[in-house]
Ligand binder design. Structure first.
Ligand code: PHB
Length: 584
């Protein structure tokens, strides 16, 4: 497979539309996940019409949305990063150990893998205090900044060191690493703000610090090389504020069955908690123990070959093409689809398996795999293809902060477009519901509802589906704590009657509440379940009670409401695979 670092020309079979689609995704990701379409055109150098077709294809895939003039990354894009993370198995196998270590030390713990001459995060358990920046899954560090890089560089050959020096020369401020604060061009490669003053090369030649030959610490290559040597000897590596003042970390490698470092575990702290010199002694004993356990977890037999779970299939592609015509670029959609053939128990696949999983013709799958390989998203030994951590570059970090309200908002807006009534999402908070998202139309309530508004759960449709979703014992306990006051003449105030209505809501999968919270107000709600099937939120449509009968409202609103809830759930399940998605 061609090495992207050598800038080899694309293979003759390379799929142009796939290459162009990936460059749009990369630019959009580097811009934080939202960019004006005009800026995308400028940054990619592609024609406006090409960018438009790429965006409509990506929108169909659920990978982006357009909002006015902006293109915005959408949760569906996380499917690609999920495929890599599932295939590499590191978060699934080692995540629980990282969590335990973070709990034991009360510090952040992360897992990172080598990615070219950089280091990419694949897991984060943040106990980060407000004072320092937190890296996200998918973020990339230069190897020389941060603790893990020195561990990985211990295995570099001459070529890798040459590429590292070339990158440093070509990008003196680390502009290619948007997750880290800029390096000062004159910096030694140590942390800006720590000893940058003593090492800055702006002094006259009489200052020994300005002359690399006189002071090895002033020569970035020598400084990094000596840290790499120290890490090789000690088996661990220290980040003494290499990224930003105050941020300190200790890392150790976790080796695979062949003794190669599969990833690095970092314990991250702050100088206000622990002086850099004290950090190793404070964390190494527990870190060593955890690394040993992680090594054993990696050596456990691989999961059985799994059945593919590609979210879409070649037949979906054909239907989309029929519907959208030239606005659906099939070769781009197919190319991205091949990445989702990888996953748990599907870390390395031959062409045939990718074609089978996706329903694509072998020749189509082959061209897509070669293109992705050329661009560095896959490696191959000639027969088996494997996704690389670079796949996370496609939007994973910018999407990793998504909350459930952010996920829900566009789906609620689409629902409101469809039914012309207000739609909301709420979560349970004590015996109340609390609004977490809302898309209003006309106001039909006497009180103005905003995000954060609370109502008692029992006389509301969202409250009823949330209560209906509780385990039996919790539901009973909840009802015992609640006083059922008559808010209108329709409010159900009998505990037995309410219990029966909740049971009904559980069976039906929705609740309709008619004028129990406020006269004239009717609403219908459906549950939103997380990956484990727990009801974590409810979505509703509220309407005027005078317009139609309750049955007519149910027939008119429920299908669209359930479809919206299903779309929110699908995004939540994709996002929740490797990320913790806040509910409010
Ligand atoms: C982190 O996980 O945020 C982290 C890891 C290693 C470092 C610095 C920060 O050296």
């Amino acid at each position: 497979m061609t090495d992207p670092a050598t800038d080899a020309p694309p293979p003759p079979e390379a799929v142009g539309p796939l290459t162009r689609g990936l460059s749009v995704l990369r630019v959009l990701s580097a811009g934080g996940g939202r960019q004006a379409v005009g800026d995308l055109v400028r940054a990619t150098g592609l024609a406006r019409s090409t960018v438009d077709r790429v965006l409509s294809t990506l929108a169909r895939l659920g990978h982006v949305r357009t909002e006015g003039r902006d293109a915005v990354l959408a949760p569906g894009l996380l499917e690609l990063g999920n495929a890599y993370l599932a295939a590499c198995e590191l978060p699934d196998r080692l995540g629980p150990y990282a969590e335990r270590l973070a709990d034991a030390l009360d510090e952040s713990v992360s897992l990172a893998v080598p990615d070219g001459d950089g280091v990419r995060f694949v897991h984060q358990t943040t106990r980060r205090r407000a004072m320092s920046l937190a890296f996200r899954i998918g973020d990339l560090l230069p190897a020389e900044r941060g603790a893990p890089g020195a561990l990985f560089a211990a295995g570099w050959d001459e070529d890798a060191w040459r590429r590292w020096r070339e990158r440093r020369a070509a990008d003196p401020t680390d502009a290619g690493f948007p997750a880290v604060p800029p390096r000062r061009a004159s910096d030694s490669g140590r942390g800006p703000g720590r000893d940058a003053d003593t090492n800055s090369g702006t002094n006259s030649g009489t200052d020994p610090a300005a002359d690399p030959a006189a002071d090895p610490a002033a020569d970035p290559a020598a400084d990094f090389a000596s840290r790499v040597e120290a890490a090789r000897t000690a088996g661990w590596s220290l980040d003494d504020q290499l990224i930003e003042p105050g941020l300190v970390a200790v890392a150790m490698p976790v080796r695979d069955a062949l003794g190669r470092p599969a990833c690095a575990v970092s314990v991250v702290s702050h100088t206000s908690r622990l002086a850099p010199g004290d950090l190793p002694a404070a964390v190494l004993p527990q870190l060593r123990e955890t690394v040993a356990e992680m090594g054993q977890a990696l050596a456990a037999p691989p999961p059985p070959i799994a059945v593919p779970t590609t979210p879409r299939h070649a037949s979906w592609m054909r239907a989309s093409k029929q519907e959208l015509g030239p606005e659906f670029v099939e070769s781009l959609a197919r190319g991205l689809l091949t990445l989702t053939a990888f996953g748990t128990g599907r870390a390395a696949l031959p062409l045939t398996a990718v074609a089978e999983a996706t329903g694509l013709a072998r020749a189509t799958a082959r061209r897509a795999l070669l293109t992705l390989g050329h661009l560095g998203y896959l490696t191959s030994d000639g027969r088996l293809f494997r996704p690389t951590p670079k796949v996370l570059e496609l939007g994973f970090a910018p999407l990793s902060g998504l909350t459930l309200p952010e996920i829900a908002q566009p789906h609620l807006a689409a629902l409101v477009e469809q039914v012309h009534d207000s739609a909301s999402m709420a979560v349970l908070s004590g015996t109340d519901i609390q609004y977490a998202a809302r898309v209003p139309t006309v106001r039909i309530m006497s009180v103005n509802i905003t995000v954060g508004t609370r109502f008692p759960a029992y006389p509301t449709s969202m409250g009823r589906v949330l209560l209906a979703g509780l385990p039996e014992a919790e539901r009973t306990a909840h009802l015992a704590r609640t006083t059922l006051a008559p808010l209108t003449r329709h409010t159900v105030t009998s505990a037995d009657r309410l219990a029966a209505l909740l049971e009904q809501a559980r069976e039906d999968g929705y609740a309709l509440v008619d004028e129990e919270l406020e006269e004239g107000l009717r609403s219908i709600a459906a549950p939103v379940r997380d990956r484990d099937g727990r009801v974590v939120a409810a979505v509703n449509v509220s309407t005027h009670a005078g317009r139609r009968s309750p049955t007519e409202d149910r027939d008119a609103l429920l299908p669209a409401l359930k479809a919206a809830a299903a779309r929110i759930e699908a995004d939540l399940h994709t996002a929740g695979r490797y990320l913790r998605v806040p509910l409010t």
